[in-house]
Design a protein around this ligand. Structure first.
Ligand SMILES: Nc1ncnc2c1ncn2[C@@H]1O[C@H](COP(=O)(O)OP(=O)(O)OP(=O)(O)O)[C@@H](O)[C@H]1O
Ligand SMILES: [Mg+2]
Length: 256
C-alpha cells in the first residue's frame, strides 16, 4: 500500500545575497518516515528546513503539507494561497533548533502553552493540562515552573520538543537538536526523539549523531552545495553506498 505523502517539496530554491543556499531541492516524505539530512557545513541543511517551514520565504518552488499547498512560486501562477490558509497549514509543522529558542522570561510551562493559546485559541486550563502531560512525556514533570536559565541544555531541548508537540504537528523538523549539548546530555534528548519515532511521528532530522541517524532514519539525504546529491533508504545508504564523495564524508564523521 502506498502510504500518504506528508510533505512534498518541489524544486525549492533560495539565495542569500545572490548566492544560492538551496539550489533546486525536491523530495517526498510519507507519513511515519524519518528523513535524516546529512552533509558538510554550509551545504544548506538549516536553510532548507527554515524555507520548508516558512520561517523564511523561498525564492522559487513548491511545498505541500498533507496534500495542501503551503508555498508555491513558479511560472504557473494558479496556486496562490491566502495568508490565512498558509498560517493554518504552517501549524502542521513544528521545529526544534540547535539553540532551543525558548522564551527566557517564561517558565517551561508558559513556553509550552503560549502557541496553543494564542495561535490555536485553546483555553488556558486545557492548554496547561496538555502541557503538563507533555512535560511528563519528556521526563520533566517537576520542571514546569522552572525558567530556561534554571534548566540544563538537555532539559531546555526537551522543553522545546514538548513546546513543538503542543501544537500537534503532523511533521517535526529538527535542526541539529543535540549539537549544542554536552556529551552526557545528548542521550536524554535522543531518547525522546526515539520515542517519537516509535510512535510514528514524521520527522526531518539534521544531525551528525551518525549512530542515531542510522538507527532511527527510514531515509537519508546527503546535501552538498544546496542540492540533495543522493537520497536513499537508510539500509542502502549506509550499506551499499557507491558515491565516493559520500563515502569520504561518512568516513570522516565516523572517525571524528
Ligand atoms: N540568513 C542568511 N543570510 C546570508 N547567508 C545565509 C543565510 N542563511 C544561510 N546563509 C548561507 O547559506 C549557505 C548554507 O547555510 P546553512 O546554514 O543552510 O548550511 P548548513 O548545511 O546548515 O551548515 P551547518 O552544518 O554549518 O549548520 C551558507 O553559505 C550560509 O552562509
Ligand atoms: Mg545548519
Amino acid at each position: 500500500m502506498l502510504s500518504e505523502i506528508n510533505l512534498k517539496v518541489v524544486d525549492l530554491k533560495k539565495s542569500y545575497k545572490n548566492i544560492p543556499a538551496i539550489n533546486g531541492v525536491s523530495f517526498d516524505i510519507h507519513k511515519g518516515d524519518i528523513l535524516s539530512i546529512i552533509g558538510p557545513s554550509g551545504a544548506g541543511k538549516s536553510s532548507l528546513l527554515r524555507n520548508i517551514i516558512q520561517i523564511e520565504s523561498p525564492d522559487y518552488g513548491e511545498v505541500y503539507i498533507d496534500g495542501e499547498i503551503l508555498f508555491s512560486k513558479t511560472e504557473d501562477k494558479k496556486n496562490i494561497i491566502s495568508h490565512a490558509d498558509m498560517m493554518k497549514r504552517k501549524e502542521k509543522m513544528g521545529m526544534i533548533f540547535q539553540h532551543f529558542n525558548l522564551f527566557p522570561h517564561k517558565t517551561a510551562l508558559e513556553n509550552i502553552i503560549e502557541a496553543p493559546i494564542i495561535v490555536k485559541k485553546i483555553n488556558r486550563e486545557e492548554a496547561i493540562e496538555e502541557a503538563l502531560k507533555l512535560l511528563d512525556r519528556v521526563g520533566l514533570k517537576d520542571k514546569s515552573e522552572s525558567y530556561p536559565n534554571e534548566l540544563s541544555g538537555g532539559q531546555k531541548q526537551r522543553v522545546a520538543i514538548a513546546r513543538a508537540l503542543a501544537m500537534k504537528p503532523a511533521i517535526l523538523l529538527c535542526d541539529e537538536p543535540t549539537s549544542a549539548l554536552d556529551p552526557e546530555l545528548i542521550g536524554e534528548v535522543l531518547s525522546v526523539l526515539k520515542e517519537l519515532a516509535k510512535e510514528k511521528m514524521t520527522m526531518i532530522v539534521v544531525s551528525h549523531e551518525i549512530s542515531f541517524v542510522r538507527e532511527l532514519s527510514t531515509n537519508i539525504a546527503f546535501m552538498d552545495g544546496g542540492k540533495i546529491i543522493a537520497m536513499d533508504g537508510s539500509e542502502d545508504f549506509f550499506n551499499n553506498q557507491k558515491n565516493e564523495r559520500i563515502i569520504d564524508f561518512l568516513n570522516k564523521i565516523y572517525h571524528k
